[in-house]
Design a protein around this ligand. Structure first.
Ligand SMILES: [Mn+2]
Length: 289
């Protein structure tokens, strides 16, 4: 397996401008350390940047961000390289997974690890922030320009998609996911059944996709006292060490089509404790059982 890191320095879809500096913080302080401990070759592909300062209406910025990121991940996958996307607000997932899915014929599975459902459309979102919408877009619901980004709609079929760690959502989101048939595991269910059991079930579902699978990890799924460097912290999150340990159960690295870690906000992470979790979380996903 060959890996390439693509930074998605986006904030236009997010809640705080600081998250556009996440990829640079990773490159400057963590990338070399991660690379050294890794058993696969990894190169730094580059950072996709958004317009700065942001225009008042961020809609066109988000479309342009998504298109440019989509072309990057599509090109990498066509060359047989596995993209590792570092965000940036979670709207980057729209481009990341559209590009990866467009480079292959068979359906892609996706495990979404997040405190939120990210399943709004403009009709249900109060904030209108696109980082609350990317999963809906990937499932084929939302703004037309975004859902048809790579000419493939939906990018992800609901039956090959799971969400883990949910503890904050708004009306409209669970209804959408249930209607589509996405399995979501709330934090309450994770606590009741245990992370290993829930994760094993989720892996089975996403790994059933004939075209392999990917993982989109929003750092706000973690316990904010241990990982404060995110834009929308939610209390009672996952322990990062436990998550890393059980992510190793992933059902086969040879079927991994991409990894995404998002919402790193260096402005909320002055001691760097959130940033320092990235090498371990990323490496866990690349190990066999
Ligand atoms: Mn998210």
């Amino acid at each position: 397996m060959r890996l390439a890191v693509v930074g998605a320095a986006f904030s236009a879809g997010g809640a705080h401008p600081g998250c556009r500096h996440g990829p640079e913080a990773f490159r400057e302080r963590e990338f070399r350390r991660w690379k050294k401990g890794l058993q696969y070759p990894v190169f730094w592909r580059g950072i996709v940047r958004e317009a700065s300062p942001l225009p008042t209406h961020s809609g066109s910025t988000i479309t342009s961000n998504s298109q440019r990121l989509m072309r990057q991940t599509r090109r990498l996958r066509r060359g047989g390289v596995t993209p590792v996307i570092i965000g940036g607000d979670h709207s980057c997932a729209i481009g990341s997974w559209a590009g990866i899915a467009a480079a292959q014929r068979q359906p892609l599975g996706l495990l979404w690890i997040d405190a939120h459902m990210d399943a709004h459309t403009p009709d249900t979102s109060e904030t209108q922030r696109v980082h609350g919408m990317p999963l809906a877009v990937l499932l084929g619901e939302g703004q037309s320009k975004l859902i048809h980004l790579a000419g493939l709609c939906p990018v992800i079929e609901a039956r090959y998609c799971c969400i883990i760690g949910v503890r904050s959502y708004e009306s409209g989101e669970p209804e959408r996911l249930s209607r589509l048939g996405v399995r979501f595991y709330t934090m309450e269910e994770v606590q009741r059944r245990g992370l290993p059991a829930v994760l094993a079930e989720a892996w089975r579902r996403v790994a059933a996709a004939p075209g392999g699978f990917g993982v989109s990890l929003d750092l706000d799924v973690l316990e904010p006292m241990l990982a404060p460097g995110v834009s929308v912290p939610e209390a009672r999150g996952l322990n990062p060490r436990l998550l890393a340990r059980y992510l190793r159960q992933q059902p086969g690295k040879q079927r991994l089509r991409g990894i995404e870690v998002v919402e790193l906000n260096p402005a909320r992470d002055p001691q760097g404790q959130t940033r320092r979790l990235l090498p371990k979380l990323l490496s866990s996903l690349l190990q066999n059982r």
